[in-house]
Design a protein around this ligand. Structure first.
Ligand code: NCD
Ligand code: ZN
Length: 344
């Protein structure tokens, strides 16, 4: 059995770092393992301009612990009113790497998101021209569509028509959760990729209802049934460079999760690379982890892979029941349970 695993230092291509005092716990957790991370812009108010992204970047950098390196790769939040001029500014900035699409109302802080994708056409046309990737939260928001079907319906009703209109648009389908999305990304022509979270590789939807309602296993897109989890593991471990690591680590305070209307989001940055190692080991594909975690993402984003290496050892440790976050606490994925890999 493999006991020591050395990889190029990984990157996280989808993370929520929040802002304010929370940065002081969330940035060190990410920087412990990841050299870079694509930082989601769903703050209040959302990060809609290059100027706001640069200010947010400075705030993140101020929270990087002395002695560690961490490069936040910034994104803008697409709205109905994003202008081609702002897209051009973003494409010229060395610090802004993509624009994020949230369907209005789909998830946490998505109220300012796109109400109908046609409204964003001028921005999308500019992104296609400048080669700036569009990162998509791929779910429809129609309350008439079953929550477990919202990603699958999105592929046919939003993504496919969008790609027909903008065939040169570079797209990352974020945090995919279904066999259909994995097949779509595998088979599609053009520049398309997908990120996969640790929780969608490790858990199926039974985890949300395990002996009672489990708010800490609730995220969006919601966990799906086992057949989908198996298909996602297959995609992640296939070696196909279109699939790469994006934790979607999305912390909410314990009080906001354990509530009559608990917020969506799973916190996984405390042990992300260890959790992925567990999923890859279970699939007998540890040798494919480096491609997924450290090589495919930089290749899509046109960046060099990291030169530094990290080492994981196979040793049992217990995840704390919670971590501090600003003046609250956050309950991490696998709280109080044993993990089998540990970053040295
Ligand atoms: C994210 C959050 O909390 O910001 N929540 C989640 O469940 N993934 C928003 C998002 O990425 O959908
Ligand atoms: Zn997210």
């Amino acid at each position: 059995m493999t006991r020591i695993l050395t990889l190029r230092r990984p990157d996280d291509w989808h993370i929520h770092l929040r802002d304010g005092a929370a940065l002081l716990s969330l940035v060190p957790a990410a920087a412990r393992q990841f050299a870079r991370a694509i930082v989601m812009p769903n703050l209040r108010p959302p990060v809609t301009t290059v100027e706001a992204a640069l200010a947010y970047r400075r705030e993140i950098l101020a929270a990087v612990p002395p002695g560690s390196t961490f490069d936040p790769l910034m994104t803008l939040y697409l709205t109905d009113n994003t202008t081609p001029e702002e897209v051009a500014r973003a494409s010229r900035s060395p610090f802004v790497h993509a624009i994020k699409y949230y369907p209005a109302g789909a998830t946490t802080n998505s109220e300012s998101g796109v109400t109908a994708i046609e409204r964003a056409s001028p921005a999308l046309e500019a992104m296609e021209r400048h080669g700036l990737p569009l990162l998509m939260h791929g779910e429809v928001t129609d309350p008439g569509v079953d929550i477990f079907d919202r990603e699958r319906v999105f592929l046919d009703t939003v993504l496919e028509p969008l790609r027909a209109r903008f065939p040169g648009l570079r797209i990352v389908l974020e945090h995919i959760t279904t066999a259909e999305a994995a097949a779509y990304v595998t088979e599609a022509s053009g520049e398309i990729a997908a990120t996969l979270t640790a929780q969608h590789l490790l858990l199926n939807r039974n985890a949300i209802f395990d002996g009672g309602i489990r708010p800490h296993a609730y995220c969006l897109p919601v966990l799906k049934r086992e057949t989908h989890r198996v298909a996602l593991v297959e995609a992640a471990t296939s070696g196909n460079p279109r699939f790469f690591l994006g934790t979607d680590s999305a912390p909410h305070s314990r009080a906001n999760k354990e509530s009559g209307c608990g917020h969506a989001g799973v916190y996984s940055a405390h042990a992300a690379i260890e959790l992925y190692a567990e999923a890859f080991e279970a699939a007998g594909a540890l040798e494919r982890l480096e491609g997924f975690a450290s090589l495919h993402g930089p290749r899509f984003y046109g960046l060099a892979p990291n030169e530094a290496r990290v080492t994981l050892e196979r040793v049992d440790w217990t995840v704390p029941a919670s971590y501090p976050m600003a003046d609250a606490t956050v309950v991490p994925l696998r709280a109080g349970q044993t993990l089998h890999w540990r970053l040295v």
